[in-house]
Design a protein around this ligand. Structure first.
Ligand code: NAD
Length: 343
């Protein structure tokens, strides 16, 4: 028999991978604790109609590893983990399903703390919370997206300073993809700082709002990659930095909120060779997890903004080191994280 987990593409010495199920509610889930050197593992619970169990396993392995890096580089006292529920979030959700997940988290005794993610909501987490205290982001103190947007904005400022040697955003052109929870707030900040926006979304209402409120120019979802701009801000989908888009892009900086922006790891180096400064996604988009972590640990909410603003300083260090060493910003950011969590 071949080993299943240990041979998986995304297996990276995860401390623990737990399969959880409950017949009554129909729960089929996987919890992956990647690394707890810095503290209990924290990361959201994704609900998705996976094509196969192998897809679910690979997703939870990849996402939990990513949380270790994100949490470490953000200077948070937590490790990395993630959970997935196999099922259709539109049709298969019940309170009992999330209660069963809560019971499973309770059995892990606090090694993993969950929160909302793609396919789950604060309301779902409220059901989890009836069975365990190992859940964060319950929605009573609001949406973390504005903090993610703030992190993106200070990250973009750091990138502009490094790459364009400018302290101001005035007159810069930003091609922004995705005017959702994070993207719109980020766009609002860029507009207030004097940047000109060129935007794309599939949501007509969001586009119209950006046009009237922020004076944004609208382009199609495919044309956004061809725009002549200073910054490309991906705030919708993953893997938008790939050989096709790279050959079309005419920007000097990539600074956006989307997770997993590089289609493959080597794209980080290709961006460098093309002279594009890439703000690594897991560094620039950590504002939301900083907010959620403060809430969970009962740390003063008044300190969240200052912590999120440190994303700018961290990126400035990553950019400078990448230049000095002639390496991609993504590889350098990985090493910054590893220096913190590996021991
Ligand atoms: P959201 O669902 O609120 O917004 C996504 C937006 O992208 C929507 O307006 C949607 O219509 C648009 N969109 C979808 N397909 C598109 C396409 N093909 N072209 C252009 N636009 C398209 O999500 P969000 O919470 O704003 O998150 C945005 C991204 O940032 C995601 O990748 C998410 O994983 C990542 N992220 C979010 C947070 C957070 O705090 N919300 C934290 C870290 C990372």
């Amino acid at each position: 028999m071949t080993a299943f987990i240990f041979n998986e593409l995304n297996f990276d010495n995860h401390e623990q991978v737990v399969f959880v199920s409950e017949a009554k509610s129909g729960l089929k889930g996987i919890i992956a604790v990647h690394n707890t050197n810095l503290g209990p593992a924290m990361g959201g619970c994704r609900m998705w109609n996976y094509a196969s169990e192998a897809h679910a396993v690979n997703d939870v392995l990849r996402l939990s590893r990513g949380m270790t890096y994100k949490n470490a580089v953000a200077g948070l006292p937590i490790g990395g983990g993630k959970s997935v529920i196999i099922g259709n979030p539109k049709t298969d959700k019940t309170p009992a399903l999330f209660e069963a997940l809560g019971e499973a988290l309770e059995r892990l005794g606090g090694r993993y703390i969950t929160a909302e993610d793609v396919g789950t909501s604060p309301a779902d987490m409220a059901h989890v919370a009836t069975k365990t205290r190992y859940v964060a982001g319950l929605g009573d103190s609001g949406d973390p997206s504005p903090f993610t947007a703030l992190g993106c904005f200070v990250g973009a400022q750091a990138a502009v300073k490094h790459q364009l040697k400018r302290d101001s955003m005035e007159g810069l052109v930003v091609a922004l993809q995705g005017l959702g929870h994070v993207g719109y707030d980020y766009a609002r900040r860029l507009h207030a700082a004097g940047a000109k926006l060129i935007v794309a979304d599939i949501d007509e209402a969001a586009l119209e709002r950006a046009r009237t409120e922020l004076g944004a120019e609208i382009v199609s979802t495919t044309a956004i990659y061809d725009v002549q701009a200073d910054i490309y801000a991906p705030c919708a989908l993953g893997a938008t930095l790939n050989p096709d888009t790279l050959s079309r892009m005419k920007v000097k900086i990539v600074a956006g909120a989307a997770n997993n922006q590089l289609a493959t790891a080597d794209i980080g180096d290709l961006l460098r060779q093309k002279g594009v400064l890439y703000a690594p996604d897991f560094v620039i988009n950590a504002g939301g997890i900083i907010k959620v972590c403060y809430e969970y640990l009962n740390k003063p909410q008044a300190d969240v903004e200052a912590h999120v603003r440190e994303i700018g300083d961290t990126l400035a260090e990553v950019f400078a080191r990448a230049d000095r060493e002639g390496r991609s910003t993504s590889v350098v950011a990985d090493e910054v994280a590893e220096a913190r969590f590996k021991r």
